[in-house]
Ligand binder design. Structure first.
Ligand code: GSH
Length: 221
């Protein structure tokens, strides 16, 4: 039996979507975020020392880190090779790229944007607020916004004219890219029609809908 330990509104949706795409039987254990900090509860540390989401337990094999979980589940349960291109196919290189790009390059920018928003919203002495705002605003203008534009326009160009990143059906690359693109759309005013259509395609995919039935609706606003 597979158990997915999932924090609400987290990267765990990737894994629930993948488990549904693989048509695997699984149990979802859902954790609420701390109301004040929005962090994971200590109970998640009892499952894995990092206390992050997602974590999967496959018959006693406990695995954290969504990219590793995606690779593990596909290697173990996708015998037909539906969700990843063959290693000798031209799509293999792109598959590796998207799998690592999602957490390695795109997510850090989105996490930084979330942290800055929290700093701006945080209660602090009135004299500290302009200083904090000057710092977040400065980094946004000089680094974060140009980087987000660069990355999101790159992804937009790669998605133009395509239903899924690598083929006619969703696969491991789409699973990894789903969460950052869902998060990005709630945090950018850039014109990104291909990404918008792609995210709608994900959210109307039957397997993703089943994942949302298990974990609750994903709402990253
Ligand atoms: N790179 C890790 C990131 C895991 C991670 O930071 N997950 C977030 C949820 S999306 C989390 O557990 N946050 C709660 C916390 O840090 O306490 C992965 O892809 O699994």
């Amino acid at each position: 039996m597979i158990t997915l330990y999932a924090l609400k509104q987290s990267r765990a949706y990737r894994i629930a979507w993948l488990l549904e795409l693989l048509d695997l039987d699984y149990r979802a254990e859902i954790f609420e975020r701390d109301t004040a900090t929005k962090l994971a509860p200590d109970a998640l540390r009892d499952i894995h020392p990092l206390g992050k989401s997602p974590v999967v337990d496959d018959n006693g094999t406990v695995l954290a880190e969504s990219g590793a979980i995606v690779e593990y589940l596909i290697a173990r349960y996708d015998a037909a090779g539906r969700l990843k291109p063959a290693a000798d196919s031209p799509q293999w290189r792109d598959y590796l790229f998207w799998l690592h790009y999602a957490e390695g390059s795109l997510m850090p920018l989105l996490v930084m944007s979330l942290v800055f928003r929290k700093i701006d919203e945080r209660k602090m002495p009135f004299f500290a607020k302009p200083v904090a705002h000057q710092i977040t605003d400065g980094v946004r203008k000089s680094f974060l916004n140009p980087q987000l534009k660069l990355h999101l326009e790159f992804v937009e160009s790669r998605l133009a004219g395509k239903s899924w990143l690598l083929g006619q059906e969703p696969g491991g690359a789409d699973v990894m890219m789903s969460f950052p693109l869902q998060a990005a759309l709630s945090r950018t005013e850039l014109e990104l029609p291909a990404i918008r259509e792609y995210v709608t395609r994900i959210e109307t995919d039957a397997a993703f809908r089943r994942a949302q039935q298990r974990l609750g609706r994903l709402d990253l606003l």
